[in-house]
Design a binder for this molecule. Structure first.
Ligand code: FES
Length: 562
């Protein structure tokens, strides 16, 4: 008796030069695990798990995985959970970004090497979701993203708190001497009151909303909080729809089009979302073969105002956004600016789906409308000029208006470690007018850490200085704020112009002209370029492979062979 080779447990047969032997062996080994012939005739739904004790953002994920499995069983499928790398922002050194592509390649290879008709991707913490969507774009089998969900807020001394915008705000106050050690400890115990992802519009929340917009997540799936019945029901429904998608053979290549990426950029701007989402969207689009550039990001930003009241661009938290309806009413509010013919996960077009969605309701204040936006357009700007010829990114919504046009002398740090060692040294004699430059923190130079929002030097913070212009080839956390030009490309480690800056050089930021310039004459710059010596890259392991093959920030920082 022969069995189909392209479905269920028979997909991707083990190579024995005898396909029927491979199928027979799979039935035999699955029989040992308690599966009978009826089981093995079902569509197989792989469930990519990122459960890890090192990832408290995913601590409720085991229950959520059980919910997904129940949905798969109910719809007549056979769920197989498989473990993958798990990336938590707080526990990875030097940065999870160094490992995003490792999770992406691992997930893609596991999808391709194991039998599954569809995959449910269980992620949440910042880099997990982009890595999994990159994998789905490349593997191109039916895919459903599920996220662990945001934490609930906590409180300290009557003030509502959330990770991690409030983490940074209170840390800055502690550095400025406004908070005692015991008070800081009180804050520390109150910032993360439940498992789940950061409950502000950081990278995790931004990517969840963006992936819902891309049509790889159930409508309404981005915002239910971790550990709630809402979140578990998203899991069950995701399991059911994964089986339907396996039968219908819907593929990410049908969902990930230029139009869906432009919609995602509109949502990113309306959210006041993380700058990291720009890098991730560029990487996903490249994998999907969709045309998307930094200029698209800038153009969309000029058209779309801030609509969602969530920190750091607003004052609220993810639970407020969720209670107001989450992404569906936001999409309804943005409808005139969206491409309506892109598919949602349910197979409907976005336009048809939105016909049944209510606009933001009057009883809530978390989601604004185009007629009554929370903030202006232009929340994110792509900056060019001498120091970022291929582009850098400035989150205008999180910057100080009086620093958006600024000229000041440079203080240069050669790495995040150099900055950590010297930034508080009064001998540097920094003033609020100085421009802090951090280099060798791009993809090649440092694995692209979230080091760009350098702290204000302690001796200036204690005088009440809250913001200074900072320039780097690094990223910053989606929960950060300040006048910080990020992702300057090409990066210093590959000879980009940040490598030419010396202490005392004048730097000019002109946001309205979209320029970041080094006011040093061409002859001197040429002399410095001649003297440039690239920093060493890691000699072995993943770090070596990454540094050899990573693409620049403006192309998404994926590996060049993926
Ligand atoms: Fe995991 Fe913020 S640290 S989402």
């Amino acid at each position: 008796m022969t069995h189909p080779t392209d479905t269920g447990i028979y997909r991707n047969p083990t190579s024995y030069a005898d396909p029927e032997f491979s199928k027979y062996m799979r039935r035999a080994f699955l029989a040992a695990a308690g599966y009978d012939r009826e089981d093995v005739a079902r569509p197989v739904i792989g469930i990519a798990s990122t459960v890890s004790d090192y990832n408290p953002c995913h601590a409720h994920m085991p229950d959520l995985i059980e919910a997904v499995k129940r949905g798969v069983f109910e719809a007549g499928g056979l769920p197989f959970v498989f473990p993958t790398l798990s990336l938590n922002e707080i526990f990875f050194s030097p940065t999870t970004m160094l490992f995003r592509n490792l999770l992406a390649i691992e997930t893609e290879e596991l999808i391709a090497a194991q039998p599954m008709d569809a995959v449910v991707l269980m992620g949440g913490c910042d880099k997990t979701v982009p890595a999994q969507v990159m994998a789905a774009a490349s593997a191109n089998i039916p895919a459903v993203q599920v996220v662990s969900g945001a934490m609930r807020t906590g409180a300290w001394r009557g003030e509502r708190l959330g990770a991690c915008t409030d983490c940074r705000r209170y840390w800055a106050r502690y550095r400025a001497g406004e908070l005692t050690e015991p008070q800081l400890e009180g804050v520390t115990q109150s910032l993360c009151s439940t498992p789940g992802t950061c409950m502000v519009m950081g990278t995790a929340s931004t990517m969840a909303c963006v992936v819902e917009t891309l049509g790889l997540m159930l409508p309404g799936g981005a915002t239910p909080l971790s550990g709630t019945g809402d979140r578990l029901r998203v899991g069950v429904r995701s399991g059911r729809i994964a089986v339907a998608m396996a039968r219908a053979k819907c593929r990410p290549s049908q969902q990930l089009t230029r139009a869906s990426f432009l919609n995602a950029l509109s949502v990113l701007n309306a959210l006041g979302g993380s700058t990291n989402a720009i890098v991730h969207l560029l990487a996903i689009a490249r994998r999907a073969g969709a045309r998307l550039t930094l200029e698209d990001m800038h153009e969309v930003s000029q058209r779309v105002p801030l609509l969602v009241d969530c920190k750091p661009a607003g004052a609220g938290y993810m639970e407020d956004f969720h209670r107001a309806g989450g992404v569906p009413p936001l999409l309804k509010a943005l409808e005139p600016l969206l491409h309506p013919f892109v598919p949602t996960l349910t197979g409907q077009t976005l336009g048809d789906y939105l016909n049944a969605v209510q606009p933001p309701q009057a009883w809530q204040s978390a989601i604004h409308t185009l007629d009554d936006p929370l903030g202006p357009t232009g929340a994110l700007a792509v900056i060019r000029g001498d120091l970022a010829p291929e582009g850098g990114v400035l989150k205008v919504a999180a910057a100080s208006p009086d620093l958006l046009a600024h000229r000041g002398p440079a203080v240069v740090f050669d790495s995040p470690e150099d900055a950590a060692a010297r930034i508080d040294d009064p001998a540097l004699k920094m003033t609020p007018e100085h421009v802090m430059v951090l280099r060798n923190a791009g993809p090649v130079g440092g694995g692209f850490p979230e080091a760009g929002s350098l702290p204000i030097p302690k001796y200036l913070a204690q005088k009440g200085v809250k913001d200074m212009v900072r320039v780097s080839d690094a990223r910053m956390s989606g929960t950060s704020y300040g006048t910080v030009v990020l992702h300057c490309s090409p990066e210093a480690a590959t000879g980009g112009p940040l490598a030419l800056v010396r202490d005392g050089d004048l730097i000019e930021l002109n946001t309205s002209e979209r320029r970041l310039d080094l006011l040093v004459d061409a002859t001197e710059r040429a002399r410095r370029r001649e003297a440039f010596v690239p920093p060493p890259i890691p000699k072995r392991g993943w770090g070596h492979l990454y540094a050899k093959h990573v693409l620049p920030a403006h192309l998404g920082a994926d590996l060049d062979f993926l």
